[in-house]
Ligand binder design. Sequence first.
Ligand SMILES: CC(C)(COP(=O)([O-])OP(=O)([O-])OC[C@H]1O[C@@H](n2cnc3c(N)ncnc32)[C@H](O)[C@@H]1OP(=O)([O-])[O-])[C@@H](O)C(=O)NCCC(=O)NCCSC(=O)C[C@@](C)(O)CC(=O)[O-]
Length: 299
Amino acid sequence: MLRNYPSQVRIVDVSPRDGLQNIKNSVPTEVKTTLINKLCDAGIQHIEVASFVSPKWVPQMADAEAVLQQLPPREGTSYIVLTPNLRGFERAIDSGAKEVAIFAAASETFSQKNTNCSIAQSLEHFEPIMLKAAALGVRVRGYTSCVLGCPYEGDIAVAEVVRVSKALIDMGCYEVSLGDTIGIGTPIKAREMIAAVIKAVPAEKLALHFHDTRGQALANILACLEYGVANIDASVAGLGGCPYAAGASGNVSTEDVVYMLHGMGIETGIDLKKLVAAGHYISEQIAGPNLSKVGAVYQ
Ligand SMILES: CC(C)(COP(=O)([O-])OP(=O)([O-])OC[C@H]1O[C@@H](n2cnc3c(N)ncnc32)[C@H](O)[C@@H]1OP(=O)([O-])[O-])[C@@H](O)C(=O)NCCC(=O)NCCSC(=O)C[C@@](C)(O)CC(=O)[O-]
């Protein structure tokens, strides 16, 4: 039986981007920056703060420039922004981005719906980003979406998850985050997927980005932690959802992940009490439910 749990886990909180990209009412820039500052104060050092996508497609992220420009530089903290193409990358760089994320999918249909291009075309769009990022010393993270299933195609071949993830690493991403975009996976499936991906991409270059649509995210994370994966994306208050994945609800809550990890003796460097306060703050601001179980216990 596998029990190769890491002693430390790096958390990437994606609530300001994934958490807010799909909510009905747009959130004032000041609320976003206050949330980000609260996450920093709680000890989160990697935060996905915005996306430089088309404001016509995702109006909630139209203030990406303002968000990034208004954040104070903090030693040891990385503000990550999503960039789908060179246009988005250049907007991000002009706003001071030092780390970006490019996003591909293991499903052709999802790729078309999400970014209006095929998987192959999306990888082509990333090439000039990688060249410029290397020249500027900008770190690039990659995403593979639909790793445990697609809202349009259903099951996705693990070989395709492996192929796209390896392509992102081969083009220079320092890590690939594996997205269960619609929270459809279960632990044995997650384990089979991670076991296959690890043969092509080492565990230290992988992250987990699991949505909790069906309440499986913590169990799926635990299954993958056994393989030594030590990077987890999560979202305070369990916020999140992709506009192009109908029915996809929030990411796994950061509070719940941190509570589980600390209970297992795994270090995160995060102050759970302050994290819970950040989750309550954003829930109140958007007048939405706080989906974190731990947040509900520690008011
Ligand atoms: C990818 C594009 C941009 C292609 O968009 P497109 O319409 O195919 O692109 P285009 O090149 O034909 O351009 C059309 C218009 O968009 C503009 N445009 C083009 N690019 C940009 C840009 N970067 N910034 C600002 N404007 C841009 C461009 O200038 C033009 O403007 P117009 O001439 O019509 O006025 C579009 O499809 C888009 O923005 N899609 C949204 C993608 C998105 O944000 N999805 C959600 C995030 S991904 C996700 O949630 C999954 C993840 C990462 O969390 C992991 C997981 O859970 O699995």
